[in-house]
Design a protein around this ligand. Structure first.
Ligand code: NAD
Length: 308
């Protein structure tokens, strides 16, 4: 980064240029907030149409490839499907093959991975980058597409605390920041949150299906749950909005939720916790993914659970 030795100095649009990789459902609105806040942003997505559309709508510039983006940037944000893609984007394929950031990243560059990546893989990537004189923060987000568009995401930051403080002005336009601890802790907290969220959505889906068979109207049951102790984020913000009206357009794919659950169970295993409910929830979501498809909206899990 531009001021690698003056640790206390926070970065600003005057001192760093930003690269943003992954302009998807979440990345596009997040990067747009950075441009609105005055940061100099260059974007890259493996789908060139997305980069073109983004620049036409929000400004900034787009890179033709990852090495080009790395030459432009002192700080690089990744918002990609998972940690495997992040690792490949940063270090290239086997033996560093293919276009990647490492080909032209300067020493001192900081990468902020805002994807929901493997906490274990993030620690490995952090060590690999440190050997090259580069640093990594994990800063996954919660709040969905709605929160990304509103700039009101919860951003869970892990890694070197001093670096997190210095990068805070860059994260601020996208939402509220919570510093949680060492590298990988943000990713761990994020996937554990999604485990709880996935279990809550599936439990409420089963409850609605059972209630309907018993002769209770689905929306009436959701209203009752929302006034009672069973309420959760899905009963409050997903059933009326995306499920009972059959819109299924929350913007978060079922395959990404199943991936987060698998990562949560990877952390459980690494910590020696049996997590029986977690494994049952993972099996359920993986079966739904096989039946309904990973690209389906995650709210479509109800199609796997039964007839609504
Ligand atoms: P998305 O599929 O809409 O976006 C991912 C983008 O990455 C796509 O535009 C894709 O073209 C691009 N991409 C894939 N491989 C690439 C590569 N090798 N190089 C460059 N670009 C590449 O997904 P999303 O919903 O924006 O989710 C992104 C991340 O955020 C995921 O880790 C997800 O789990 C997490 N997340 C999503 C939500 C949500 O509600 N959608 C909420 C919180 C966290």
């Amino acid at each position: 980064m531009a001021q690698a030795d003056s640790k206390a100095v926070a970065i600003s649009p005057a001192t760093v240029k930003v690269g943003f990789v992954g302009i998807g459902n979440m990345g596009a609105p997040m990067a747009s907030h950075l441009i609105k806040a005055g940061w100099v942003v260059q974007v890259y997505d493996s789908d060139p149409g997305k980069s073109r559309k983004f620049v036409a709508a929000h400004g900034g510039s787009s890179a033709a490839g990852l090495a080009e983006l790395a030459r432009h940037s002192n700080v690089i944000i990744t918002m990609l499907p998972d940690g495997h893609v992040v690792r490949q984007v940063v270090l290239g394929g086997a033996g560093g093959a293919g276009d990647c950031l490492a080909q032209s990243m300067a020493k001192g560059t900081a990468i902020i991975d805002m994807s929901s990546s493997s906490p274990v893989g993030t620690r490995v990537l952090g060590k690999d980058l440190a050997q090259r004189g580069m640093s990594l923060l994990d800063a996954p987000v919660s709040g969905g597409v709605k929160g990304a568009v509103a700039g009101s995401l919860a951003i869970i930051v892990g890694g070197d605390e001093e670096l997190a403080k210095r990068c805070d002005p860059l994260l601020a336009p996208m939402g509220r920041r919570f510093y949680i601890g060492s590298l990988g802790s943000g990713h761990a907290a994020k996937v554990l949150n999604n485990y709880v969220s996935a279990a809550g959505l599936a439990a409420a889906g089963e409850a609605v299906i059972i209630a309907r068979r018993f002769g209770i109207d689905a929306q009436t049951l959701i209203n009752v749950i929302n006034a009672s102790t069973g309420r959760n984020n899905s009963t409050e913000n997903k059933f009326a909005q995306f499920i009972l009206n059959k819109k299924f357009n929350s913007g978060f794919a079922l395959g990404l939720m199943a991936k987060d659950l698998a990562l949560a169970m990877e952390v459980a295993e690494a910590c020696g916790v049996p997590a029986e409910l977690g494994h049952a929830t993972l099996r359920l979501w993986q079966a739904a993914e096989a039946e309904v498809g990973g690209k389906a909206d995650h709210t479509e899990i109800v199609k796997h659970l039964g007839d609504l």
